[in-house]
Design a protein around this ligand. Structure first.
Ligand code: ZN
Length: 169
């Protein structure tokens, strides 16, 4: 079931980039696009720098720091959205428990890699290997500030204390 995704960001630039990433997903794989639409409800781009991001289930909210959107190319960004949406599947199967570790990341990375290959004929493969090597989930775990910030935002969202604008994806 495809629904509209709400995108919230500090500037129009980031919001539009997410939108373009969605169009790339649609262009690359229609089925994946539908999956993403049913698995993600809100994308919240924080004004903080750094690459920490976190997907919350069952809320279906993905929080990403600004650099995740700004400093990644469009192919990588769209594959990351596909990756995050896959975590929703893990959650449905009762596997998704935070904090993330290799057990949850490995299958999500596999889905991401497959998608990247479809976009650019394998060009994104090297990137994904280096991402795995860096064990970014460990790096993110050290970023306590972002994680508590995301939780605060989630709390505000749940209590309807944020004003939102809907954007069709
Ligand atoms: Zn992940």
């Amino acid at each position: 079931m495809a629904g509209k995704i709400t995108v919230i960001g500090p500037t129009r630039e980031e919001v539009m980039k997410v939108l373009r990433a969605f169009l790339l997903i649609r262009k690359t794989d229609k089925r994946e696009y539908q999956y993403v639409q049913s698995r993600v409800k809100i994308i919240f781009i924080s004004c903080m720098l750094g690459f920490t991001n976190e997907f919350f289930m069952p809320e279906k909210v993905w929080f990403a720091n600004r650099s995740v959107i700004r400093n990644n190319d469009l192919a990588w960004l769209s594959s990351l959205i596909v990756h995050e949406a896959f975590h929703a599947t893990q959650f449905k199967k009762g596997m998704y428990v935070l904090p993330l570790g290799k057990k949850l990341e490995a299958p999500a990375l596999l889905v991401q890699r497959k998608f990247l290959r479809k976009i650019e004929g394998g060009k994104g493969r090297g990137e994904i290997e280096s991402a795995v090597k860096k064990k970014y989930w460990r790096e993110m775990r050290g970023d306590k500030r972002s994680f508590s910030y995301f939780r605060n935002l989630l709390h505000l969202l749940e209590n309807k204390k944020l004003q939102l604008t809907k954007m069709g994806a």
